[in-house]
Design a protein. Sequence first.
Length: 233
Amino acid sequence: MVLHLGFLDKLEKGIERVVTGAFSKTFKSELQPIEIGSAIKSQMDANASVVSRDRILVPNKFEVTLSASDYGRLKLIAERLNHELCQQAQAHATKQGYQFAGPVVVSVAESSNLGIGQVYVTASSPNIVASDVQWSPRLEVVTDGLVFELQKSRTSVGRDSSADVQIHDTGLSRKHFEIIWDGKKAGIRDLGSTNGTFVGGVKISEQALAVDSIIKAGNKSFVFKLVARAVNN
């Protein structure tokens, strides 16, 4: 059984501790989904690897083992549970400033060695170290749900087809602003736009661009991201 956790957060009460990936409740009652989510988040925290001052890499694969009883009960909502657990992992990563080295995957199995209310979680990721991670810039259009991978050292954004990233918005200039990326640091420059470019609500001409910065241009809102990718040696 391979496991969106909005509804599960409402159940977050009385969580016990997680030690070396094992979780055991004081009272042997049925395991609740939020407790699985808490065990996954604890494994993320325990296995976080600091790549640089503002980049922390965490595992993206989580193997959850439950008692036969809990497994059989939760298997009935497997698809919903999987979606919720992955969403909670994503939300925790965003809150803590973590980056994944790949898509989040949660799998669930059963074991006769665990009692009701117990869960064991192991975390893993591609066999990489900090030097094997490449950080790729990405621009997300919040209002449209669009995502653009930035492949060039200078990427222009505007409404015209001559822009590297074309966005259909009459509030944008033909070439409105550009993202500058040197492989380690990012910057943003307004390209003489009519309506201006704003970062964090402040009108800018040119400045450094931090991860998760909100860019407002025309009628659109953008977010600048850095995504960790494993480098194939």
